[in-house]
Design a protein around this ligand. Structure first.
Ligand SMILES: *Cc1c(COP(=O)(O)O)cnc(C)c1O
Length: 475
């Protein structure tokens, strides 16, 4: 796309304010559950409602509109066949209280997915329960906590590098652990700093590999040795498996606990706050600590197991976000080992291709090969009185979603770019051309961006401090 890109812009009232309200005269509900006042429903024909939502969608931007290079978020195209699968009546109608003997197909799929994820992670056992990545993290930390408690080992610290994703320190603090942050050396974990930080208080060490700079931590096995020698456990943040699928596993790196983000790597769209899924995997030693129920297979078929010796208990109602699980199962089964490995290869190739194309325009800290994403520094924009944010806003005018900005924090004016495996060379070239042409523009044009979108630059401070997220019904 180019600076000719234009997003549709309609003057839309809220649907509730459009059309005459229909008074519901007789409330058909039994009195004991009816509200005092019937809800006010706008009196509009169905096609007007359809048109309204269609117009709103034209003012939106999504992965089905164009490139969405949001680093650390893996905004890749999600194949539509998995959506179709998840809308089949066989998928949507099972009731969670249905007896196990009538749920054999559903349980079989969950059991198979547990096995598939265990293989992809090099783990012994998997629980499908956590509903998001951060939920997986806290579940994993609860397991680490229970494990140390069972060993009468009082440990209160979790170590992580300064490149960690924001949810990692948040999970640590929610668990009541003390956070020990260690500095990076050339973008990777500084082994000396790790050796100094570990000790009798180390409950766990958490990293993501490749890290958030897109660099592969080649010392992962040495890290595992150092942490294990001190009696700690290793947690692998596997939110983005797009760089390692079929190539290596956290298990091979000797990690003990990990989570997967099915809504990033395995075919569930995300970003709109919809349901996610963050299954966790553990080693054989920790298998009995998983949350219940897990899905087991025996001679009589598939069943839910609530009886795990050291289980931390339940972390989610029922059995996890089933339809997200089903989409992941469909995707992994269809792609197979070769397909997933190819996705990894292309994700890494696309990332390095785009990195090379963008390097002439902005600084690349820690010059070396990247995995599925890379981080540029927009610090030289400051010479023109501009910031990374201005560049990100101007990209919207060219019809691209902006990359992640100002993360990771150790890079000044950071731009974190993850093109993913599904983008074509032409799309990546177009993005690089947009970058080049923005860099040649005058400051005023860039500072004034975005101009071509339905909504112009918003006041972000006001949006955070003074947000109204719900529509209040008028009297
Ligand atoms: C997205 C992400 C998470 C958190 O996942 P949520 O599902 O948003 O809770 C954790 N770690 C990394 C590296 C991520 O990219």
């Amino acid at each position: 796309m180019s600076s000719d890109y234009r997003q549709a812009r309609y003057e839309e009232e809220l649907l509730m304010e459009d059309g005459v309200e229909r008074e519901v005269e007789e409330n058909p509900l039994p009195e004991n559950i009816a509200r005092e006042r019937a809800p006010k429903i706008p009196d509009l024909p169905k096609h007007e409602v359809v048109r309204y939502f269609n117009r709103l969608s034209h003012m939106n931007y999504g992965i089905d509109t164009g490139l969405y290079p949001l680093g650390s978020c893996t905004m890749k195209y999600n194949p539509k066949y998995t959506e179709k699968l998840a809308s089949l009546p066989e998928a949507t109608s099972p009731h969670p209280y249905q007896p196990e003997e009538f749920s054999q197909g559903t349980l079989e799929i969950m059991w198979e997915l547990q096995r598939q994820l265990a293989e992809l992670g090099g783990m012994h056992s998997v629980s499908l329960q956590p509903a998001a990545g951060a939920h997986g993290e806290i579940t994993g930390l609860m397991i680490a906590h229970q494990y140390h408690e069972n060993n009468d080992d009082d440990r209160n610290e979790v170590i992580m590098p300064d490149t960690a994703h924001g949810t990692n320190p948040a999970s640590v603090s929610m668990m009541g652990y003390n956070l020990v942050e260690i500095p990076s050396e050339d973008g990777c974990v500084d082994m000396e700093a790790l050796e100094e930080a570990v000790g009798d208080n180390t409950a766990a060490f958490m990293i993501t590999n490749p890290n958030t700079l897109g660099l592969f931590e080649t010392d992962a096995c040495e890290m595992a040795e150092v942490v294990h020698d001190a009696g700690g456990l290793l947690y692998y943040d596997g939110a983005n498996l797009n760089a390692i699928m079929g190539k290596t596993t956290p298990g091979k790196m000797n990690f003990d606990i990990m989570h997967f983000n099915l809504h990033k790597t395995f075919s569930t769209p995300h970003g709109g706050g919809g349901p996610g899924s963050g299954p966790i995997g553990v080693t054989e030693e920790l298998a009995s600590y998983l949350p219940v129920p897990t899905v087991e297979k025996d001679d009589e078929g598939y069943r839910l197991n609530y009886d795990l010796e050291n289980s931390i208990g339940r972390v989610k109602g029922f059995y996890g976000n089933w339809l997200v699980l089903l989409k992941a199962y469909g995707y992994i089964t269809k792609e197979g080992r070769d397909g997933l490995e190819r996705a990894t290869e292309r994700a890494v190739l696309n990332s390095n291709y785009l990195r090379k194309k963008l390097e002439p325009h902005l600084d690349l800290p820690y010059k070396s090969l990247r995995k599925h994403e890379f981080v540029l520094s927009g610090k030289k924009l400051k010479d023109k009185g501009l910031k990374t944010k201005d560049l990100a806003k101007r990209l919207l005018d060219y019809g691209y979603h902006a990359p992640t900005i100002y993360f990771p924090q150790l890079v000044d004016e950071a731009l974190m770019i993850e093109p993913t495996e599904t983008e074509t060379k032409e799309t990546l070239d177009g993005f690089a051309e947009a970058f080049a042409s923005i860099m040649a523009e005058d400051e005023e044009t860039i500072k004034d961006a975005p101009k071509n979108t339905a909504v112009r630059r918003v006041d972000e401070t006001k949006a955070i401090r003074d947000s109204t997220l719900s529509y209040m019904m008028r009297d």
